[in-house]
Design a protein around this ligand. Structure first.
Ligand code: ATP
Ligand code: MG
Length: 420
């Protein structure tokens, strides 16, 4: 292990894995720490406790299971058909995967290059050189056949093999490129960008769920700007969000940074200004959950309303809050970041809210339908609905009322209405 590398956390990560690594070695197999964790170790990003560690090995899933069973706190076999066994050891979860080359014997495409070792071949099939490094266990030797460390140092995103071949094998990698550029401050290699530009429509063969999850991961990095503009330049953004173009994107970039790394909030910010129905259809096309669709539309509708300037006094504030609920906070941030003069509107509505003593989480009418019917001596019918609307509006206009006050107002309204 080159001592110049800033692998500050390597010893502790290796330490955790030593027990199983030794078991594999004693059984005649090799294991390697692989993928994003090696990259993050090199960058000395914190390897949090809840992060799964990826290991790769020349052992088959059956062997993996046999080797880990006696010491594992839990074992997951759902992925075994695809070569992956999940293992919990103490606090840490591992995903142990048989080298890809050993599982997929009949891959669609024979690699053009022959590799001398199984680990090199496994790494060659990974998405980018920075993710195509391994650390051999238990001694910690770095395996970096494609120059991932040099690329990290130079701030470069490249594919291990030819980018066209790589993106043909899995077009989702084109979206992943954007996430890694933005998340790690990398500049995409010109040949990679060229391939993305030439192949953007291949994304159509990728499942919508994978695309959406990857877009979310891009939107969750601290500053997604460079990734999004890479997607826009290469035509990929149009595949994901067809309503979008570069100009629109540029008008949102600053706001995305201000809003912070909440991917739901940021996607809402990208969609702000589109028709309610267009937004709903876009989210459906992305197979967003019903909960997320509801939440996003609530943010956007509340933002659109706030942006008109109607929230001016306690009554209009309560009406706005009654519709927006908890999403009002994200709506405010959105208006403040995206609308000209929006910061004034947002702070005015917040000051109004802070000035109220009542609980805005409960804007329910002071009387139930049954109580309204009893007070007015009504049977079910359209008049009950009308009376309930009156009581609901009364609460929003006047703030909290006791049932007695509400009854008084209701009676007066009813008499007045009967006279008309
Ligand atoms: P993160 O830190 O966000 O989890 P990661 O690099 O660990 O990033 P994962 O999606 O967890 O990304 O994948 C783990 C590793 O598996 C990657 O580092 C890469 O080596 C490989 N990998 C993941 N997805 C692909 C893909 N679509 N094509 C090729 N290799 C991939
Ligand atoms: Mg990972």
């Amino acid at each position: 292990r080159p001592s110049t590398m800033p692998f500050a956390q390597l010893d502790s990560v290796i330490g955790e894995a030593t027990e199983i690594a030794v078991r594999f070695r004693d059984a005649g197999f090799r294991t390697y720490l692989v993928g994003g964790v090696v990259r993050d170790l090199w960058l000395d990003r914190e390897i949090a406790h809840h992060i799964d560690l990826d290991l790769t090995t020349d052992a088959t899933p059956d062997d993996i299971r046999r080797i880990v069973d006696p010491v594992a706190d839990a074992v997951w076999l759902q992925g075994a058909r695809f070569g992956t066994v999940g293992v919990r050891l103490g606090e840490r979860d591992y995903e142990i995967t048989t080298h890809r080359s050993e599982v997929y014997v009949e891959t669609s495409r024979k690699p053009a290059v022959r590799f001398s070792t199984a680990i090199d071949e496994d790494l060659s099939r990974r998405d980018f050189t920075i993710n195509a490094m391994a650390v051999e266990l238990p001694d910690g030797e770095l395996i970096d056949p494609f120059g991932g460390v040099a690329d990290l140092a130079a701030g470069r995103l490249r594919t291990p093999l030819d980018p066209e071949v790589s993106f043909t094998d899995d077009p989702l990698r084109m979206l992943r490129a954007a996430r890694f550029c933005a998340g790690y401050g990398l500049v995409v290699d010109p040949r990679v960008e060229e391939a993305m530009e030439g192949m953007h429509d291949r994304l159509r063969i990728v499942s919508v769920e994978r695309i959406r999850d990857e877009l979310d991961k891009l939107l969750a990095v601290a500053d997604p700007t460079t990734g999004l503009s890479l997607l826009a330049r290469t035509g990929l953004l149009r595949e994901v969000l067809p309503e979008f173009d570069l100009a629109l994107l540029e008008s949102r970039e600053e706001a995305l940074v201000v809003l912070g790394p909440d991917e739901h909030h940021r996607l809402a910010a990208l969609l702000f200004g589109l028709d309610h129905d267009v937004v709903r259809e876009r989210l459906r096309a992305l197979r967003a959950s019903n909960e997320r669709i509801r939440e996003t539309l609530a943010i956007l509708d509340a933002a659109a309303e706030l942006a008109t300037g109607v929230v001016q006094d306690p009554a209009s504030l309560r009406r706005w809050v009654a519709a927006a609920g908890e999403e009002r906070h994200r709506a405010r941030a959105l208006v403040s970041a995206l609308v000209e003069g929006g910061d004034v509107l947002a702070s005015r509505s917040r000051e109004l809210e802070d000035g109220l003593v009542e609980d805005l989480a409960d804007l329910s009418p002071p009387l139930t339908g049954e109580e309204v019917m009893a007070v007015l001596d009504l049977r079910e019918g359209p008049q009950v609905g009308e009376a309930l609307d009156f009581v609901r509006t009364l609460r929003l206009d006047q703030g909290p009322l006791s049932p007695e006050e509400a009854v008084r107002h209701l009676r007066a309204w009813w008499e007045d209405r009967s006279r008309r």
